[in-house]
Write a protein that binds this ligand. Structure first.
Ligand code: SF4
Length: 128
């Protein structure tokens, strides 16, 4: 199973929003059989990317799949996310205070870093 197939599945499920997507509909859209489709669905469930709900559709038991948004607090506490903050390696950190020449409110390095983080979150659709 290719990562590209997983990405396509995620995009399709995500595009249905709160309406959800029947799993057999997903398999048809991806042009895969039920065996491969079941494995794909289980992988996405295991990774916590989707959830499923048992439903009856056209008289048959199946599942509806829903995309799960990543939780922002989990992203914000990660050391990975803050290790590049420019203040950690700044030679002015001891002189930097609001009102001083070196000022976090006007610092171009810090501003650039924050803008970069916002763009990354926008790409993940966590902020608008
Ligand atoms: S806000 Fe700017 S000047 Fe101040 S410590 Fe951070 S990077 Fe350095």
């Amino acid at each position: 199973m290719t990562p590209k197939l997983e990405e396509q599945a995620i995009e399709l499920i995500k595009s249905r929003g709160e309406e959800g997507l029947y799993q057999n509909e997903l398999w048809k859209l991806l042009k895969i059989d039920s065996r491969e489709g079941s494995r794909l669905t289980l992988r996405l469930l295991k990774k916590g990317i989707i959830v499923r709900e048992p439903v009856v559709h056209n008289g048959r038991k199946t599942y509806k799949l829903y995309y799960v948004r990543p939780k922002i607090p989990e992203l914000m506490v990660s050391i990975e996310k803050i290790r590049d903050v420019p203040c950690f390696r700044c030679t002015y950190d001891s002189k930097c205070n609001p009102g001083n020449f070196h000022n976090p409110e006007t610092c171009p390095f810090l501003t650039a870093w924050i803008k970069e983080q916002v763009e990354k979150l926008k790409a993940l659709e966590l902020v608008s």
